[in-house]
Unconditional design. Sequence first.
Length: 263
Amino acid sequence: MKAENVNIVLKTENLSIGYRKKKKEQIVASNINIEIKSGELVAVIGINGAGKSTLLKTLSGIIQNIDGQVFISNNSLEKIEPDKLAKDISLVLTEQLLSKNLSVIELVALGRQPYTNWIGRLTKNDLKKIMHAIQLVNIDDIKNKKCHELSDGQFQKVLVARALAQDTSLIILDEPTTHLDLYHKAYVLKLLKRLSKETNKAILFASHEINLALQLCDKLVVIKKNEALFGTPEELIKTDVLNNLFPEHLIRFDKESASFKIK
């Protein structure tokens, strides 16, 4: 990748995330400082309830941050209008079953909504973006099928294609490998890795697949004990952050193999 094509797509400064209930604040994690560049694949990892989904929702503007700043392509998130934000960030969250009543190509076409007029009419450029996304994810052979006819792995690829059709600089996915077997977990994450390099988009996802993330990701965000640590897999492996991620009496992190082992 050429250096001039590398841009800071997402940056946080002393970010605190959590929830507000009336006048009370429940902080999930604080002092989060991350910097994600174009073409990078980054995973958010941590135990259940650590705040992975909360972080993603805060970074995408769904949840308001408690403190600190979020910048999308050097623009403060809180100052970006919703219409503009939809052209900056693509979200792949837990889908409702309603979307599975659409055909594959219809669902992918929804990614063009930020660019269409009030009628939702697709231009030649929109159709080109849709077909390009379908080809990038290798789902051309199922594009006319109904989404309810697809396997979980196929449906996840369709959601990725929809995000690509939206043509944003940042794609955020929450648990994209949920309900998939090991082969399809690896397939989807390798697909995201390839797409980040081929499209030069920044891709950020939350995952429990820590061993796979260590092998495939450029950087990691590790959330534990109300803090978040950010760095390359190599940098984080040298620290003790992964050693203490799970109860030590049951699971330990082996630095030599860069993987978790059951005791």
